[in-house]
Design a protein around this ligand. Structure first.
Ligand SMILES: [Zn+2]
Length: 92
């Protein structure tokens, strides 16, 4: 019956939750300038959000840096055959 657990969030306002919703667009560069400014301003005074933004950006950049190699045709055929065989085994 105490309200104290909620009082703790005084320095971590509602806007932190909004941040999370906008962050993936922010990292993708899809956000309006106004929203981007808001996130950057918020990150400037909110260390947890700043750390989160930095981690997320680093993750996205790392994933983008990975080479996207298409599956070579032989592996692709082998995979399809294996899948088909598995499906046939299941049908009685
Ligand atoms: Zn925050």
């Amino acid at each position: 019956m105490s309200r104290d657990d909620r009082a703790d969030h005084g320095q971590h306002p509602e806007s932190c939750r909004d941040m999370v919703e906008y962050l993936s667009d922010y990292v993708d560069g899809d956000l309006d300038a106004a929203l981007r400014d808001m996130i950057e301003a918020h990150g400037g005074k909110c260390p947890p959000c700043r750390a989160f933004i930095r981690t997320l950006s680093a993750t996205v950049l790392a994933v983008r840096a990975l080479p996207r190699e298409p599956l070579d045709p032989r592996s692709r055929r082998a995979l399809l055959q294996a899948l088909r065989a598995a499906r046939q085994q299941k049908t009685p």
